[in-house]
Design a protein around this ligand. Structure first.
Ligand SMILES: [Zn+2]
Length: 115
């Protein structure tokens, strides 16, 4: 899935498999219907559960999800989104965390001081 969908429990369960690794973007639609990503994120273990937490939090109205086969791919995608979107203004205050117990570096800032 890479289309934009409304961030509802039904859409998350329909589009995101249980215990799926992946990266996602949360945001809003602007008045002409374009997606405004405000929050890049990922899950290394269970994207559906993480996205359902965001449904409950009720902050964002829409989402886009990219399943990945590996934790490294999910991390790399999240880092890319973070650095690309940072200039446009996003809600994430901190750089994506490294996967637990893995020494992957962000390929975009080479694991600078912000990691
Ligand atoms: Zn980085």
């Amino acid at each position: 899935m890479s289309e934009i969908a409304q961030l509802t429990r039904r859409n998350v369960c329909h589009n995101v498999g249980r215990r799926t690794k992946g990266s996602y973007q949360l945001g809003f639609l602007d008045p002409v219907g374009s997606f405004l990503p405000m929050y890049p994120g990922r899950s290394d273990t269970d994207s559906r559960r993480r996205l359902l937490d965001h449904v409950r939090a009720g902050i964002y109205t829409h989402f886009r999800f990219f399943p990945t086969r590996t934790v490294r791919e999910a991390f790399t995608r999240e880092c890319r989104d973070y650095h690309l979107l940072l200039e446009m203004g996003i809600d994430n205050a901190i750089h994506p965390r490294r996967p637990r117990n893995l020494s992957y570096e962000c390929p975009y800032c080479k694991g600078g001081a912000s990691l």
